[in-house]
Write a protein of this length. Sequence first.
Length: 167
Amino acid sequence: MAGADRAPRTESPTADREIVISRVIHAPRELVFEAFSEVRHLSQWWGPDGFTTTTRSFEFREGGAWVFVMHAPDGRDFQEWITWTGIVPPERITLLHGDSPDDPDVFKSTVTFTPLGAATQLEMRTVFPDRAARDRAVQASHAVEGGQQTLAKLGRYVPTLLAAEGR
């Protein structure tokens, strides 16, 4: 019987309240991690297409925070806050993200950096407090499209670092 020895697939207990976005970045994972963990790089690619970012404060360490404003192409500003809850260079970053520390819809993200030869598989797994919060992010904020655009911008930015370093 074909496939009889396969373990059954189990769904994540948080599947109904999570978004998972991934992208292959054509650069070594140490460089991709650097682009994700240094404010001088983040300001070059963070946010969906057309958005820019202004950092108010940044401290990349467990318990540290990044407070920033995302500027939309239509002129609206979005206050943002991230605190880093776990950092394992160059493998993984965990964080909490919301409008502010007291935002009731603060969500948790785990970003993993997996080497694929000379490239890196980046996966961002975001878990919301409940399904309704996830659905609001998907419908009102276009979180899936915005996340895909953000990682695409990262994918375009990191090779410029390689070129600047002469790799």
